[in-house]
Design a protein around this ligand. Structure first.
Ligand code: ADP
Length: 278
């Protein structure tokens, strides 16, 4: 069973009532060992997704600064074959991107059949940072929830399996992580005064997340809240959800692979018997 919290469609979301810290009854050592198994399973499932080529997988990561998007991606997908995976970071839009609708840059990098795409931030920034910093008029970002739902429905109807993870950390944990970055030379590249400034808008971001999660968690593109104060547990909760979801497709993928195998073998047999005749 997955340790992630699935948001029910059209429900109210109160992030303050959802724990940021959980351990699923495991120790850190047990968790790390479990993660090795889970990453192996994800590798096998992704191989099958790739080989069957019938569907694609889109995994979206969102979270406050330092929530661990980079870390989760690195850990959960550590064993997957790079041939079948692309990871896309979404930064401040360029002039060209801003000259289009907000989904233009996103749609361009959605995964083709057989492929896994990982979004490090996503189109949700257009109802998060854009709302908090008032980058467009209220009327404009308000209309975006419906646009997002329609867009994700289109992707799902076209064979994309969509999973969206909100990495949920506490404000105290964020402070600790920001301060820790100042202590470690290897993390100096992540230092940014912007992170401290954004932290001042913590409540506004939480409210924006609550709306995004409530309005855009659908049957075909669910949002999951991941207790993310413990990094090792965060990775397990994400990995379990991906595995649980993909497992419901594997019978169909195997069947279609069997069918392809039968056709290809018949073609080879026909080729061989043709060679015998000449
Ligand atoms: P990250 O924090 O993801 O590791 P950066 O430090 O480069 O990477 O931050 C990317 C920034 O881009 C974030 O502050 C994010 O809010 C911003 N951003 C992403 N999408 C948009 C958008 N649509 N409009 C405005 N800002 C955006």
């Amino acid at each position: 069973m997955s340790h992630a919290i699935r948001i029910k469609p059209a429900s109210r979301v109160d992030l303050s009532s959802i724990p940021t810290s959980a351990d699923g009854g495991m120790t850190k050592e047990e968790g790390k060992a479990r993660m090795v198994e889970l990453s192996g399973e994800i590798n096998e499932l992704q191989d099958l997704l790739y080989a069957a080529g019938e569907q694609s997988l889109l995994v979206v990561f969102q979270g406050m600064d330092t929530a661990g998007k980079d870390g989760a991606i690195k850990s959960v997908f550590r064993s997957v074959d790079p041939l079948g995976v692309k990871s896309w970071p979404f930064k401040v839009p360029t002039e060209l991107e801003l000259a289009h609708d907000f989904l233009w840059r996103v749609h361009a990098v959605t995964p083709r059949k057989g492929q896994l795409a990982i979004f490090n931030r996503s189109h949700y920034e257009d109802v998060l940072v854009v709302r908090v910093k008032e980058l467009v008029p209220v009327k404009e970002w308000r209309a975006r929830y419906d646009h997002i739902n329609a867009f994700e429905k289109l992707l799902a109807d076209s064979g994309t399996i969509i999973l969206k993870f909100f990495l949920h950390i506490s404000k105290d944990e964020q402070e600790e992580r920001l301060l820790a970055r100042e202590e470690e030379v290897e993390k100096a590249w992540k230092l940014s005064v912007g992170d401290w400034k954004e932290r001042e808008s913590w409540n506004a971001y939480q409210a924006a997340y609550e709306d995004a999660l409530a309005k855009c968690s659908t049957k075909h593109a669910p949002w999951y809240v991941i207790p993310a104060d413990r990094k090792w547990f965060r990775d397990i909760a994400v990995a379990e959800t991906i595995i649980e979801t993909l497992k419901s497709y594997t019978d169909a993928w195997r069947e279609s692979l069997d069918a392809v195998g039968t056709i290809r073998k018949a073609e080879i047999d026909a080729f061989r018997s043709g060679q015998g005749e000449s």
